[in-house]
Design a protein around this ligand. Sequence first.
Ligand SMILES: NC(=O)c1ccc[n+]([C@@H]2O[C@H](COP(=O)([O-])OP(=O)(O)OC[C@H]3O[C@@H](n4cnc5c(N)ncnc54)[C@H](OP(=O)(O)O)[C@@H]3O)[C@@H](O)[C@H]2O)c1
Length: 270
Amino acid sequence: MSAELTAVITGASSGIGEAAARRLARDPGYRLVLVARREERLSALARELGRATVLAVDLTDPEAPGRVRELLEREHRGQIHLLVNNAGAAWRGSFAETGWANVERHMKLNFEAPVRLTEALLPLLRNTARAHGRVAIVNVGSTASRVSRPASGAYSASKFALAGWTDALGAEERPHGVHVGLVLPGFVATEGFPARELRGRVATKWIVSSPERVAEAIVDAGPGGKAERYVPRPYWLAAAARVLAPGLVRRAIARGAFTTAVGSDEGDSK
Ligand SMILES: NC(=O)c1ccc[n+]([C@@H]2O[C@H](COP(=O)([O-])OP(=O)(O)OC[C@H]3O[C@@H](n4cnc5c(N)ncnc54)[C@H](OP(=O)(O)O)[C@@H]3O)[C@@H](O)[C@H]2O)c1
């Protein structure tokens, strides 16, 4: 491996992406490329961490993937050892109320944007793997990639799509030295997903995790080579129950039981 490793982290201006940047910056080998829309946040983080460049861009802009690629070619010799597709958001609402428009905006940000960014960077990832050994992509899905709840159908659709695509990409890219891992967080208290109600109740606050724990899972699913990581780990039980007893799970969800038992995010982004 080369002494200097380049990691691109999307959604690095807050929450899980910011925690992932801080976690990777503890490894002196990494130089970070921090991507999100809020430049002042990214610049402040880059100043604090050092060895980081920033790119303020809306990832749903069709030109965004090309701009990330250009930056890597200009400032990082076209090398990329780790791509963390983390930027994402949720806007709650039933299908009857919010319709296709809400499905479309989730798909654009949570599915189309990481797919397009990966498409633009895959040649660089493969080249880097050829020259320096294994490289990795980590896609940040959700427990909502496996279990869907009322008012989160559009979000779940985008995260289910991301999980399905991740599995295929992982198999396709394995021979090229590009590992593709999936991280599936449950409730994690962040700006976009504050989980206020859950944190406010003694009975439920224990199920809310921290961005730092997800950052560790990102390292496991990226450089660590794990196929997927739930955060907290026992959340895989929800995914297993969904496969083994779909009728039961669907009835439980309809009764609201999984609101506190499953990590489908409480997000409602601006
Ligand atoms: N927190 C949870 O409970 C939870 C659970 C499961 C999965 N997740 C997933 O974890 C990921 C990170 O979420 P988080 O909890 O850390 O939320 P967050 O604090 O709201 O962070 C979201 C990040 O995405 C960026 N972003 C949003 N829209 C963007 C756009 N159009 N272009 C570029 N960047 C954009 C935001 O930056 P700017 O606003 O500066 O652009 C921000 O840095 C998401 O994919 C989310 O679905 C979260």
